[in-house]
Design a protein around this ligand. Sequence first.
Ligand code: ZN
Length: 243
Amino acid sequence: MAYEELQRMVDESERIVFFGGAGVSTESGIPDFRSANGIYNQDLGRTVSPEEMISHTFYMRHPEDFFEFYKDKLIYENAEPNDCHKALAELEKQGKVKAIVTQNIDGLHQMAGNKKVYELHGSVLRNYCMKCHQFYDLDYIMDEYHCKGNVPICPVCGGIIKPDVVLYEEMLDEDCINKAVSAISKADTLIIGGTSLVVYPAAGFVRYFRGNHLVLINKQETPYDSHADLVIHDSIGKVMDMD
Ligand code: ZN
């Protein structure tokens, strides 16, 4: 029933925006980093939590430990788009999906073929030198010959290369937020998937939606379930695969 209802909503929509959270990527085998164990830091003399490890302060003070955790727990070079990514790419091709807004940093939507993707938390595929701002791809920073220990070094100026990912304590990119909000405010259907909607700024974005159909797809309940026109508690890949 719910699947047919979703299909009907998609059929009659012309400006769909999809807002996705970590659940979209877990189905491609990328676990939520928050579920990882922290690592022991020599200087601090204690185990550091995943959230603290990918904070700006920790990155600046302990780049070696940061990159050890980052490369081990946030990078999945062999991950591939799942049925959710593929369905959204097809819907963009058909002109129905106007934008993807994602909290994920893995670039899988673009790999699936989507063009309009607003990456609120940046992308592991982009990296830049903090000194001279030269850009490097993921392969470059993963290659140990370009690193001192685990820390990737710019061959042009010797600066540290930083992932273009928004760390804790860092601001989200304003231009990206504005474009995401603009797309959501013009959408006739907003499909929110794979997020419990409790992480900033996801919850706030829902308020900008003025369209007809608000759809929530998440394995667990969310605080917004009662506001939605359609709620499906199931796997996002299974639900979005509409063939
Ligand atoms: Zn440089």
